[in-house]
Design a protein around this ligand. Structure first.
Ligand SMILES: [Zn+2]
Ligand SMILES: [Zn+2]
Length: 348
């Protein structure tokens, strides 16, 4: 068995069992180390069974590598797989088409983006949104605007590898104390999915918390109100009581502000991959996939008649197909410029 696959599968099962992320990462680090070796180096360590001499490889990971190298499934993997709990869910689990809230090791998750997206594809998901934390959540290594921009490029590079599953760009943005959102509005507007969550001052008084959440929900960028009670019921962080707020008012605000995107997720996520196109200036495109159009509010149409500057990182390289498609609104557009930086200007 390929040692890399064995190590990564072990990490997967450990993550699934909610083991300490640092222990999980030891297996992924070991996989990275083996991956970085030349074929000759692997042969040498395999023949001498000297894996543990490599910095970063401990007795447990060395044993896994040695057993896999010898052509068998490592004991640790067999054991983890057989003891993997059936997490239940039955029909609901089967009906699940995707995930709109995941954290990678760019913030406080333990797995790299590529591995997570491949796992999501393996699960049969049609889409998966990456929603790492925002800057103020320093304890979770929240992403600065610069890091988030970089992450968007990383995602674009990955799209073809996980197709036909669609990666949705996203964020779990902190709802600050006054209800504003902890990321540049321009950047939030570029993302497919914005989950807004309270992570600080969870025990503030109910009227303040209600105002705070309502303001966040009213933001044109917020798509999902994350874990509104903030309650912790299990896990290695202990338990925590729920936050106090006027649920009636907050959920009414959600309902009143929740229609603006229409079915933007389903329209975009369920759409089959667009055929590659090579648009040029002046070409008509049926619709540009970026959210600024897709999340038009009831009042959005007049706004959209103006020239709209759209993020279109897919304009480069193998991801050109992301320029096309989009039956979500039926609006048309004319591509007027598509420069090196991947910025696209459309008149709609
Ligand atoms: Zn989260
Ligand atoms: Zn959260």
């Amino acid at each position: 068995m390929d040692p890399l696959i064995a190590l990564r599968q072990i990490a997967y099962y450990k993550d699934r069992a909610r083991e300490d992320p640092r222990r999980v990462m030891a297996y992924r680090n070991a996989a990275d180390i083996v991956e970085g070796l030349t074929e000759a180096e692997r042969e040498r360590h395999g023949a001498a069974n000297s894996w543990q001499s490599l910095p970063g490889i401990g007795p447990k990971t060395a044993k896994v590598i040695a057993q896999a190298w010898a052509g068998r499934e490592p004991d640790a993997l067999v054991e983890l797989r057989s003891s993997a709990e059936d997490l239940g869910g039955g029909d609901i689990r089967a009906a699940l088409k995707g995930d709109l809230h995941v954290h990678s090791n760019w913030s406080d998750g333990s797995a790299p983006i590529e591995e997570m997206m491949l796992a999501a594809k393996e699960l049969g998901h049609e889409y998966c949104a990456l929603t790492d934390h925002s800057p103020r959540l320093t304890i979770a290594n929240g992403l600065s605007p610069e890091r988030l921009r970089k992450q968007l490029d990383v995602i674009d590079e990955l799209r073809d590898a996980v197709a036909p599953m669609r990666i949705l760009t996203g964020i779990e943005v902190d709802i600050l104390e006054d209800g504003s959102l902890d990321q540049e509005p321009e950047l939030l507007a570029r993302l497919d999915v914005v989950v807004a969550s309270v992570h600080s001052k969870l025990s503030m008084d109910a009227p303040s918390m209600t105002r705070r959440m309502i303001r966040a929900v009213e933001s044109p960028h917020a798509d999902v109100l994350g874990h509104c009670t903030g309650r912790l019921v299990t896990g290695n962080r202990g338990i925590r009581p729920e936050s106090k707020f006027d649920a009636e008012k907050v959920f009414t605000a959600c309902r009143e502000n929740g229609n603006r995107g229409g079915d933007k997720f389903t329209a975009r996520a369920a759409r089959p991959a667009d055929p590659p196109v090579e648009p040029g200036a002046g070409d008509r495109v049926p619709f540009l996939h970026r959210h600024r159009l897709a999340c038009s509010r009831p009042t959005g149409v007049p706004r959209l008649r103006r020239s709209a500057r759209l993020g279109c990182r897919g304009a480069r390289g193998p991801n050109r197909q992301h320029l096309a498609g989009g039956e979500a609104t039926g609006l048309g557009g004319v591509l007027t410029r598509c420069d090196e930086g991947g910025q696209l200007r459309a008149v709609v």
